[in-house]
Design a protein around this ligand. Structure first.
Ligand code: XLS
Ligand code: NI
Ligand code: NI
Length: 438
């Protein structure tokens, strides 16, 4: 059975190709800075958007037409596994990601739910074995079921907290079973609606306790995935605790979790927080916490998480510019397309087209960013901009030799202060030239 219309494996045809079923920029074996594009980018397909999502929005029902729509329950779950491995194969993507509830239906009890999951995990495992495809990360969906209406690890209800722990325990076991490289925590309901009914201190303490317990259990069972937290400022809750990279890092530091966790940063979450994607990546990178990315883009005219496939080259270039400068690049992380087709793109083939669009945009981003770095197109200017910290009083400041008295004595010499231009417009033109010509 084919769910994507018996499409052949997508090939690289180069910039001039007009074939919609070909890569124009993603050439998996092309070597950049000693690594292939495939190794740099580690593309992953997100189960929830590509197979589980049906095209509904708050005003309308599902629109997307899929070959597995005729199934329900476990049959549907099994068909989606087949669809997943077919799509990964068509795209030549090595990884996929899922929430527990994406892959198997919930049963009437936790026991039944776990049994369903075990069965699908076994099926996924055998497909991974034959295909060589890998799990970039798994996670637990603790936001869809009504039991999580007040939160999971930040709930007011200890029964729910225990349930959430049981769910993550199982997800960690499945992560180990499938050799997942990372494990993600995205706090879909970890936040609050109103302070009038909220004990924020207790909720955050409990969240930290939860994360410590998760880490302890992963160690206990020998699951050595990189743990990641995915920040998002709002939606579904009004105030999400993991607002952005900086907020999340300060939480991790306060609760002694900074050594255990890195961040999984998503482009659209950055824009919802009022940041650019590259800002979030920079904050994580300079703190040694850039772990993985959820590749998508928002719509600047809309105020919610539209999760569109990334096609904005400015964003992909500047994202790859951060990743290339990260220690070991994307490392154990990857580029996960946390992105969905528009609900008007109703055909299964649109899922293929949209991934090609995203993969090509990131591949182009990688090439342009590598050229920028190779030529030190921005670095030479930045070096020069901070020149004053290389000699004299500036060097003293950086070396930790200055104090307020020595700085005052220096200032009292009344040396002329010469302000240099920041040349932002020139640098933007340079960036344009690289995007057009690199
Ligand atoms: C939602 C998040 C979610 C996480 C995984 O906005 O992006 O999909 O990536 O739970
Ligand atoms: Ni995400
Ligand atoms: Ni998102």
């Amino acid at each position: 059975m084919s769910y994507f219309g018996n499409v052949d494996k997508i090939k690289y045809e180069g910039k001039e190709s007009t074939n919609p079923l070909a890569f124009k920029h993603y050439n998996p074996d092309q070597v950049i800075f000693g690594k292939t594009m495939r190794e740099h980018l580690r593309f992953a397909v997100a189960y929830w958007h590509s197979y589980t999502y049906g095209g509904s929005d708050p005003f309308g029902a599902n629109t997307l037409v899929r070959g597995y729509d005729k199934f329900t329950g476990m049959d549907l779950a099994k068909a989606r596994v087949e669809a997943n491995f077919e799509l990964l194969n068509i795209l030549g993507a090595d990884y996929f990601c899922f929430h527990d509830r994406d892959i198997a239906p919930e049963g009437a009890t936790l026991q039944e739910t776990n049994k369903n999951l075990d069965e699908i995990v076994a099926l996924i495992k055998s497909n991974m074995k034959t295909s060589g495809k890998k799990l970039l990360w798994n996670t637990a969906n603790m936001f869809t079921n009504p039991r999580f209406v007040h939160g999971a690890a930040t709930t007011n209800n200890a029964e729910v907290y225990a349930y959430a722990a049981a769910q993550v325990k199982k997800a960690l076991e499945h992560g180990k079973e499938l050799g997942s490289e990372n494990y993600v925590f995205w706090g879909g309901r970890e936040g609050y609606e109103s302070l009038l009914n909220t004990d924020m201190g207790l909720e955050l303490d409990n969240l930290a306790r939860f994360l410590h317990m998760a880490n302890d259990y992963a160690k206990e069972i020998g699951f050595d995935a990189q743990f990641l937290i995915e920040p998002k400022p709002k939606e579904p809750t009004k105030h999400q605790y993991d607002f952005d990279a900086a907020t999340t890092l300060s939480f991790l530091q306060k609760y002694d979790l900074a050594k255990t966790f890195k961040l999984n940063l998503e482009a659209n979450h950055a824009t919802l927080a009022g940041h650019t994607f590259e800002h979030e990546l920079r904050v994580a990178r300079i703190n040694g916490a850039l772990g993985s990315i959820d590749a998508n883009q928002g719509d600047c005219l809309l105020g919610w998480d539209t999760d569109e496939f990334p096609t904005d080259l400015y964003s992909t270039v500047l994202a790859m510019y951060e990743i290339l400068q990260n220690e070991n690049g994307i490392g154990r992380g990857g580029v996960n397309f946390d992105a969905k087709v528009r609900r008007t793109s109703v055909d299964p083939i649109d899922v293929v087209y949209s991934h090609i669009a995203g993969m090509d945009s990131f591949a182009r981003g990688l090439v342009v960013a590598s050229k920028l770095l190779e030529d030190r197109a921005l670095e030479n200017f930045i070096d020069d901009r901070y020149d004053s910290f290389k000699t004299g009083i500036g060097a003293d400041i950086v070396a930790g030799k200055a104090n307020f008295k020595t700085l005052e004595a220096y200032a009292l010499q009344n040396n002329p202060i010469v302000t240099k231009s920041g040349r932002v417009e020139v640098l933007r033109t340079v960036l344009n030239q690289y995007i057009l010509n690199a």
